[in-house]
Design a binder for this molecule. Structure first.
Ligand code: PAF
Length: 284
């Protein structure tokens, strides 16, 4: 397995693999890998001849009061895990290599897709994500790129960007990987104290409650959200950022649930902000 930090060397290396006729799969990550990331890597390994994993904690997607400095990092452990998965190349640039002095260009997906849900409380987040992902796409030129459905809004934003900017890349969504008690895997779970870790299962439990209410015939979003809110507020360390029922294409809030829906929420558990979601097809 090769490790490169230079964007231009990585670009040259990946172009050479493409010229040899290799199918390239890219898994963009911020490192501190867990089973969720590894499921993306396994997807890429199955579909591709040459698998690239990028490890880059991208400063432009963190707000000024967010956890860029303390975001968990363990390159050696990531490297060991990726050797086992048979990855061909780790691209792990420094901040200076990705954003050299004088770089001022950004990619922005405008409108509701980035304004609602996480975009409301993290206004510059998706702008940072789409900029770095465009750079990764240009550096690696993958045939396919793999993203987890846990970050449902990120996935929708990237799919929009790829369509709008004519990137010739297939975006492959991969299912959320969960702990045995339902908590969605996330590098940020490591911040949770034992009490917060127990309380954090309430995100998954609230999604299951919403699903049950919808299956029992409830269609009014406000009532479903109230039931979720009531369950979450029983957990002392939990503080709701948002709970929304939106359509899966435009991510517009729906007063009545119908069709392809996304139930999405963000909850602070202690100091840690966690997100989760559930996709449902609701018969009209
Ligand atoms: O999902 C993530 O880990 C990041 O947002 C991504 C896609 C690697 C961009 O920095």
């Amino acid at each position: 397995m090769k490790i490169l930090t230079s964007p231009s060397e990585t670009q040259t290396h990946c172009r050479a693999r493409r010229a040899e006729g290799k199918q390239i799969g890219l898994v963009p990550t911020m490192g501190f890998l867990h089973e969720g990331h590894l499921s993306l890597v396994r997807g890429a390994r199955t579909d591709s001849d040459f698998v690239v994993v990028s490890i880059f904690v991208n400063p432009t997607q963190f707000g000024p009061s967010e956890d860029f400095g303390s975001y968990p990092r363990d390159f050696e452990q990531d490297r060991r895990l990726l050797v086992v998965e048979g990855v061909d190349l780790i691209f792990a640039p420094t901040v200076e290599e990705m954003y050299p002095p004088g770089s001022v260009t950004a990619v922005e997906v405008a409108g509701q897709l980035t304004k609602g849900l996480c975009g409301a409380s993290r206004p510059s987040h998706f702008y940072g994500v789409t900029t770095v992902v465009s750079k990764l796409f240009n550096i690696v030129s993958p045939h396919r790129a793999y993203f987890g459905q846990k970050d449902a809004q990120q996935l929708a934003v990237i799919q929009r960007m790829v369509a709008d900017l004519n990137f010739d890349i297939e975006i492959v969504p991969m299912p959320t990987v969960r702990e045995s008690d339902g908590l969605a895997m996330s590098s940020r779970n490591r911040y949770l104290s034992p009490e917060a870790r127990r309380a954090a299962t309430v995100l998954y439990r609230s999604l299951q409650l919403a699903k049950e209410r919808i299956e029992d015939g409830e269609r009014t979003s406000a009532k479903i959200i109230d039931a979720m809110r009531e369950l979450i507020e029983r957990e002392k360390p939990a503080r709701i950022d948002y709970i929304e029922l939106v359509d899966t294409n435009r991510l517009e809030p729906q007063e009545l649930v119908h069709g392809e829906m996304l139930i999405a929420l963000a909850v602070f558990v202690g100091q840690t902000r966690l997100i989760d979601n559930l996709r449902m097809r609701v018969p009209d």
